[in-house]
Design a protein around this ligand. Structure first.
Ligand SMILES: *Cc1c(COP(=O)(O)O)cnc(C)c1O
Length: 519
């Protein structure tokens, strides 16, 4: 393959699309790489992270452009063999998974159009495409009358939500909204800062209430928003890993008595750790009673709005002031897209900003209501998936994954080698391996420690072998009140059948026997 960068005419040959034929070799090489990658079943390379880090020594920016071949070679030899095959049906431990194939050509379209969704002047149709997609999701969650949505896209004052780079930014904006709206009667937090507003209102501090299963993005947001990470107050969970409503009431009463400001209550619809759903309806009751902002983090579970069988888990979500839904989780979109939906457009006003040179007041500029600036028109992916799958397509995918997760959990529950730690409300659950010698022993600190150590080694060994994968976390067992090392299953790949999953367990059992022999 020739270097596409003709030295005598670098600008023309690299920037003119019509000269792209010069780059055919480059294009084909990438396409072949993609096909080879898709055909490879290995999930993980045997290289340790330490070994791999050594392959990436210091390099200078080359004085002269390199041959395209050199770059291809680098990708082929160093990057692809050590990338993680997140699309494998045996990779059942993370929320990152296989994508629908119709999205790949769209990435080319997005790169070619290179719209910047921050403002209409750089993203004309994409602006309305985004508003339309947000309204579609808003309708599914909040279900306002068709009349409400009729003129929404054309009306700059009507904002149903904001597209973000993921759940973290969506949660950050939600808590910003909760903080600013709830403190608005006392002052303007954005303008004067939280200290002065809390002070003048006579509050000692500002907190957010949610469970310990809340995603760490919430805690990070607390730090950024000036409420402090310790301001995230953890409410206990029941034996189904759902927020205890009675405890939430106690905390709300305590805060009221002690002059502590509550910026928001957060309900989780699909916890990252074990896929549990908080009792949103009852939480909404309390939010109303105490006049507190209610946010639902449905980054993982929001997609269940499309499933007739499972949407009951989201009951009460429409009473939330804002809702986070990740596109790159169960909407099956590529990395880097999430949404925050607002119950009413007024919520958005509290976090919107204007800047004369770029984001004009009352304009249709999407950048008015985002803390992000320049961003790609990822809405193309969202629109394509919503329209090509439809509700029935999503429902088929999601119901299938949940059914596999539940069947696998029954299978584990009945085996003597494994112990099921949580029952899946959706498609995530925790379990652990019980080493032969400890299986029939009564629970004690030593026994649990030994089982914990073994499960860490087992998960590491499985990852190292690289044929199958589950992830690992810590789980506070309500039964024995100990922190346990847990193996975590996430069934997100629609191609992962129960047979694939059983194969993952067989791989694990074989490794466990080898480990037991070596002890
Ligand atoms: C993944 C996740 C987030 C964070 O989203 P990112 O897209 O990783 O930023 C927040 N909350 C929950 C429940 C999640 O599962």
């Amino acid at each position: 393959m020739e270097n596409p960068l003709y030295k005598e005419n670098l600008v023309d040959s690299t920037f003119s699309y019509f000269d792209e034929k010069e780059n055919v070799g480059f294009k084909n090489a990438i396409e072949n790489m993609v096909l080879d990658y898709l055909a490879d079943e290995q999930i993980n390379s045997p290289a340790s992270t330490e070994q791999l880090a050594k392959c990436f020594g210091f390099k200078r920016v080359p004085e002269e452009g390199q041959l395209a071949e050199t770059l291809i070679q680098e990708l082929e030899e160093l990057i692809l063999p050590h990338s993680v095959n997140t699309g494998s049906p045996y990779f059942i431990g993370h929320m990152t998974s296989l994508l629908p194939n119709f999205l790949r050509p769209l990435s080319q379209l997005i790169t070619t159009l290179n719209q910047n969704s921050v403002k209409v002047e750089t993203a004309k149709a994409a602006t309305f495409y985004e508003k339309q997609a947000l309204a579609m999701l808003h309708k599914e969650i909040y279900g306002y009358s068709d009349e409400y949505y009729k003129n929404l896209v054309g009306d700059p004052s009507k904002i149903s939500g904001v597209v973000t780079s993921g759940g973290t930014i969506a949660n950050l904006m939600a808590l910003q909204c909760g903080r600013d709206i709830s403190l608005a009667p006392y002052g303007d937090v954005e303008e004067d800062g939280i200290y002065s507003v809390l002070n003048s209102a006579g509050f000692t501090k500002s907190v957010v209430l949610g469970t310990h299963l809340g995603h760490y993005s919430l805690v990070k947001a607390m730090g950024l928003l000036g409420m402090g990470r310790s301001g995230y107050i953890q409410i206990g969970t029941d034996d189904q890993q759902r927020l205890k409503v009675r405890e939430l009431r106690c905390q709300l009463e305590r805060c009221r008595q002690e002059k502590i400001h509550v910026a928001a209550i957060v309900g989780i619809a699909g916890t990252t750790e074990c896929g549990s759903f908080d009792p949103l309806d009852e939480m909404a009751d309390l939010a109303e009673e105490f006049g507190v902002y209610f946010h639902v983090d449905a980054a993982w579970g929001g997609a269940l709005m499309f499933s007739d069988e499972h949407k009951h888990l989201l009951k009460g979500v429409k009473r939330a002031d804002s809702v986070t839904i990740d596109g790159h989780k169960q909407l099956y979109l590529p990395m880097g897209i999430g949404v925050l939906l607002f119950k009413t457009p007024e919520k958005a006003k509290h976090v919107s900003t204007e800047a004369d040179y770029i984001i004009r007041k009352n304009s249709q500029d999407l950048g008015r209501v985002s803390i992000e600036g320049s961003r790609p028109a990822k809405v193309f992916y969202l629109q394509a998936a919503l329209k090509l799958f439809g509700k029935s397509g999503y429902s088929e995918i999601l119901d299938g994954c949940i059914s596999v997760a539940r069947n696998l959990s029954h299978y584990i529950d009945q085996s003597s080698e494994f112990e099921l730690l949580t029952t899946p409300q959706s498609n995530i659950f925790l379990y652990r391996y019980l080493p032969t010698a400890l299986r029939d022993m009564k629970s004690s600190e030593e026994r649990e420690q030994a089982i914990n150590d073994f499960n860490i080694r087992l998960q590491e060994a499985q990852k190292h072998r690289g044929k199958t994968f589950v992830s690992r976390t810590k789980f506070m067992s309500p039964k024995i009140n100990e922190s346990l090392v847990a193996l975590r299953v996430v069934i997100a790949n629609p191609l992962s059948s129960l047979d694939h999953c059983k194969e993952v367990l067989r791989d694990q059992l074989q490794l466990a026997r080898e480990l037991e022999k070596s002890i």
